[in-house]
Design a protein around this ligand. Structure first.
Ligand SMILES: Cc1ncc(COP(=O)(O)O)c(C=O)c1O
Length: 382
């Protein structure tokens, strides 16, 4: 393992006790989260209600600013929310669906939650177009692009697919959306912190994601980025007093939306969650996603080679440019294998159709990857 990365292992205590290969689900907790949460408790305990005006109100947007370089966007354009589901719901509430532009286009391999939110837009007149996959691993880009046309209102798609780690061509999808006047909402939960993301350069309109995977943050810290080109035109129906230009004037309605990320806020923010995600953001920023990606490609290749050599079917793209941070190793008894690996402190998970998901981060070693596949092969023989 490269020395510059090896030193980070001490910052993630769980690595001392487990083979931690579940970073596509819950990244390892940085040691510094203890101090961050203590900072929250101290402010609450010692400053009481004054803590709101000593930083708490600003935290929703300031925490987003720590993420801005990781997503390739400007500061002041990311608002923090409970989770992807809530952020996506808020974003959809900005649109209406006249008959001539009422389609929502996404792929059958999106994360279910975003599909559920989109499906419910039918109640407000949306028509759903779901672009299918043939192999359960990816969706041909041409097929998705062909489904996006002048009738399309919103295209909510994942950048990296959660089951297979297939990387969708965000720049090509953004280009197509621009051509026909559709809005691209990219779910970057499975890419941010593992795969380079350049939302501004790709011409993406908006993005949602969360903190608990590759960003090594705690739960309750989802985010919404809206391009500064688009934000001034949007007025979310799902809103709250913190989205007003002067929340502390407590004026009666209607709301006058604030500028930038502030207009996408709702009510009182989740301060402990915002504290819990900051150490992870700082570490990912410091290590650098370019370096993380380099390491990820080497470790996922190692896992793929070892899994195939052991006779497993790999349900993740072989082509490095198409592959995110996870390797899905299929087996008829994959659910049992995942449980038995967990019981032996090899931390992974199981997803139907995908198999055992193994997802090394920059702090994992070659030996840990080898150990996971060796043990899995041994358990499969039993
Ligand atoms: C791509 C993707 N989107 C969304 C989610 C979940 O979002 P939420 O924050 O609403 O739980 C996941 C979680 O596994 C995911 O992989």
């Amino acid at each position: 393992m490269p020395q510059d990365l090896l030193r980070w292992r001490a910052e993630f205590p769980i690595l001392e006790r487990t083979v931690y290969l579940i970073n596509n689900s819950l990244g390892a907790m940085p040691r510094e989260v203890h101090e961050e949460l203590a900072r929250f408790a101290q402010a609450w305990e010692q400053r009481g209600v004054r803590a709101w005006h000593e930083g708490w109100w600003e935290m929703s947007v300031e925490t987003g600013d720590l993420l801005a370089p990781i997503l390739g966007v400007a500061p002041g354009s990311i608002s923090m929310h409970q989770n992807v589901s809530a952020a996506a719901h808020l974003f959809f509430s900005c649109f209406d669906y006249p008959p001539e532009r009422n389609r929502i286009v996404y792929t059958g391999l999106n994360f279910p939650s975003v599909m559920y939110v989109a499906e419910n837009e039918r109640r407000r007149g949306a028509e759903i177009v779901m672009v299918p996959s043939d192999d359960g691993i990816g969706v041909p880009t041409e097929r998705l692009l062909a489904a996006i046309d002048e009738r399309t209102r919103v295209v909510p798609v994942s950048h990296v697919l959660y089951k297979s780690a297939f990387i969708q061509d965000a720049a090509a999808i953004a280009r197509r959306c621009r051509e026909v006047g559709a809005i691209l909402l990219l779910d970057v939960y499975q890419s941010a912190g593992a795969v380079p993301v350049e939302l501004e350069a790709w011409g993406v309109d908006a993005a949602v994601g969360g903190s608990v995977k590759w960003l090594c943050g705690g739960p309750g810290a989802g985010y919404l980025w809206v391009s500064p080109r688009l934000a001034p035109r949007l007025e979310p129906a799902a809103t709250g007093w913190q989205a007003d230009q002067e929340p502390f004037a407590f004026r009666p309605g209607p709301i006058r939306y604030a500028e930038g990320a502030w207009r996408f806020l709702t009510g009182t923010p989740n301060i402990p969650a915002l504290h819990s995600c900051r150490p992870g953001y700082r570490i990912i920023g410091e290590v650098g996603v370019g370096r993380i990606r380099e390491r990820s490609l080497a470790l996922t290749q190692r896992l793929i080679d070892a899994a195939e050599q052991a006779g497993f079917e790999v349900r993740t793209p072989r082509e490095p440019g198409r592959r995110g941070g996870t390797v899905s190793v299929f087996h008829a008894e994959a659910e049992r294998l995942a449980k038995e690996l967990l019981a032996r402190e090899v931390i992974c998970d199981f997803r139907p159709g995908a198999g055992v998901r193994l997802s090394p981060h920059f702090y994992n070693t070659e030996e840990e990857c080898d150990r996971a596949i060796e043990l899995m092969a041994e358990l499969a023989r039993r």
